[in-house]
Design a protein. Structure first.
Length: 317
């Protein structure tokens, strides 16, 4: 009886196995930019949007084929973030924020109130009608009228702050910054307070992700941090990750947590306690962004376009 019980217990664990990545980049004239950098990916129903160093690409068939949809966007301006709210699609670029209301067929600038020079927008996040933009040199801005007017929300933040990531959970807004760790606002951005207790080695935060009560933060120097108490305390959960690698992105699917690094994609099935490489077949391991769409994970790379892999082939029960 004891042997049978042990066998039943063991089969409940997830096992990370080798899975083969395949390119999702179709190299035609319309999508030749996939031979370069893919900085951000977003999904809206059956539509997948990929932001590159020169515009946005759209797939309506699960990433099998792609169409360039950059009419109205500035040429040679990297797309840093894509935010979708109903039929409104926002793109954060190196020249401000652009809005499309027709699935990317046409983009218009919505930059009133944003800095007029050096108006690089790194990230976008939304709660209700409020959209937050994290900038490269000027902290955080807020609009509540679809980008018609932006206002600075920097009370409590250092001057000239580089904001790399914004994540929202309920009334809590978390901002990941360059060299200043995490900041937290509980009043819709009216004021901010430092929330980096426990981040002992790296406060260069590239990305934040939230899964229920778990908040993950990825640093530029190889550290993944976890907080389970709204950033009151952070714990280093980097076991298994390459030392010093850049943590650029997270994607969460159930109990599977994926992290995109400068050394490929890693997977944790135990809430970050252990990480395993899942890079078989991935020829470009500088990962800018990752996105889970149903049973498929997409990875946007530096120099190698977009790649995809079946999650069910990575994780076996």
């Amino acid at each position: 009886m004891k042997k049978l019980f042990l066998l039943a217990t063991i089969t409940m664990f997830n096992v990370v196995v080798n899975a083969q990545w395949q390119t999702a980049s179709v190299h035609t004239d319309a999508v030749k930019y996939f031979a370069e950098n893919v900085n951000t990916i977003a999904r809206n129903g059956s539509n997948i949007f990929a932001g590159t160093d020169d515009g946005i690409l759209l797939s309506t068939d699960s990433g099998n084929t792609w169409t360039k949809i950059s009419n109205g966007l500035p040429k040679n301006a990297p797309i840093n973030s894509i935010l979708i709210n109903g039929t409104n699609i926002y793109a954060g670029t190196n020249t401000g924020v652009f809005l499309s209301v027709n699935n990317g067929a046409l983009w218009v600038p919505v930059n009133s109130g944003l800095p007029k020079t050096n108006n690089i927008v790194n990230c976008l996040a939304i709660v209700g009608n409020n959209i937050f933009a994290g900038t490269l040199f000027d902290g955080i801005y807020l609009t509540n009228n679809k980008g018609k007017l932006w206002s600075a929300k920097n009370n409590g933040l250092p001057q000239n702050l580089d904001v790399r990531s914004i994540a929202i959970s309920g009334n809590n807004i978390f901002a990941g910054t360059w060299n200043h760790g995490i900041y937290l606002s509980k009043n819709n951005g009216s004021s901010w307070a430092a929330a980096s207790n426990g981040m002992s080695e790296s406060t260069f935060i590239n990305v934040i992700a939230i899964s229920e009560s778990n908040i993950f933060a990825g640093s530029h120097h190889g550290k993944v941090y976890l907080s389970i108490n709204n950033c009151s305390l952070w714990t280093d959960v980097s076991k298994g990750l390459p030392r010093g690698t850049r943590i650029r992105s997270f994607a969460i699917s159930g109990t599977n947590i994926f992290v995109g690094t400068w050394d490929g994609v890693y997977l944790s099935t135990d809430n970050g306690s252990n990480w395993s490489s899942v890079n078989d077949g991935l020829k470009y391991t500088g990962i800018y962004c990752i996105l889970v769409v149903d049973n498929t994970i997409f990875a946007g790379t530096y120099g190698g376009g977009l790649w995809k892999c079946k999650i069910s082939e990575m994780v076996k029960k």
